[in-house]
Design a protein. Structure first.
Length: 272
């Protein structure tokens, strides 16, 4: 190789590195949290110790999918003592849509310091059932909003796979819910259902303050090991209002390895 060829090859290599760097440079910074359901077996054994390990790993906040025998105030104190933010929480639908339970649920979220609360599962068997759920969530959202808390719903796969007269459950819910009903788009479940998270983030903008970053796989809990290009989903979140990437790993709840691996891949992509 002569000098001119060598210089051209070097310039091309540098240009490629620059392109890769730009591809992995987020449009804006989004905080990184973890759903405690991911490590629930460890939390049951040593809750404070598990939280300390997550903090040392580099997570900035945690999202409660269970409360491990603690009151909201106790959780709030523990999180603050360890330097962890409350990146939201989840609570079952009956605790939200039944009027007799609503005030206590709002108070729990307020005492915990959760900026948002998501219903993790619902499955009406008719379109009218989903429309009714949209109405109930819209009513409850007003009470949460008055307390400074955003109420939303978290998807699995059936919300995109199942359809009534050609319309999927997700569309029925959000075409009938008020703008005050937010979303927690589970990116992995969305992809497993054959859908593009970027498409749904664009279709319902300004509704996803805290998405779930979950491997698009039934056999591994680690993003990066699932064979998925995560760049489009992350870029769509950064173009929206997303404040938290909340890692959730469901395959092995008795180890820190999966949430550690997820965080390592996000760092590789410039997202943590």
């Amino acid at each position: 190789m002569n000098r001119r060829s060598f210089l051209k090859a070097g310039a091309a290599a540098l240009a490629g590195l620059a392109l890769n760097a730009r591809a992995n440079t987020p449009a804006r910074r989004i905080k990184t949290g973890v759903q405690l359901w991911s490590v629930r077996k460890l939390c049951e054994q040593d809750f404070p110790g598990t939280l300390r390990a997550l903090k040392a790993m580099g997570y900035e906040g945690v999202q409660c999918g269970g409360f491990f025998g603690r009151t909201a105030k106790e959780l709030n104190t523990l999180f603050k003592d360890l330097g962890l933010a409350a990146a939201g929480m989840q609570m079952q639908a009956d605790r939200i849509i039944k009027p007799e339970n609503l005030a206590a649920s709002v108070e729990f979220a307020r005492e915990l310091g959760a900026p948002y609360l998501f219903v993790p599962h619902f499955d009406a068997k008719t379109a009218d059932g989903w429309k009714r759920f949209a109405e109930q969530m819209s009513v409850a959202a007003q009470t949460f909003k008055a307390a400074g808390i955003r109420l939303g719903y978290h998807n699995h796969q059936h919300e995109f796979r199942d359809r009534f007269d050609g319309v999927c459950k997700w569309d029925i819910l959000y075409q009938n819910a008020s703008q005050d009903v937010y979303q927690q788009l589970d990116l992995g479940h969305c992809m497993l259902a054959g859908e593009s998270p970027a498409f749904w983030l664009r279709k319902y903008p300004n509704r996803n303050p805290a998405v779930h970053v979950k491997a698009s796989s039934n056999t591994t809990g680690m993003i990066g090991a699932d064979g998925v290009d995560w760049e489009p989903a992350f870029a769509a979140c950064e173009a929206d209002i997303t404040e938290w990437y909340v890692v959730e790993a469901e395959v092995r709840p008795d180890t820190l390895d999966d949430v550690r691996g997820c965080l390592a891949h996000m760092k590789k992509l410039g997202r943590a």
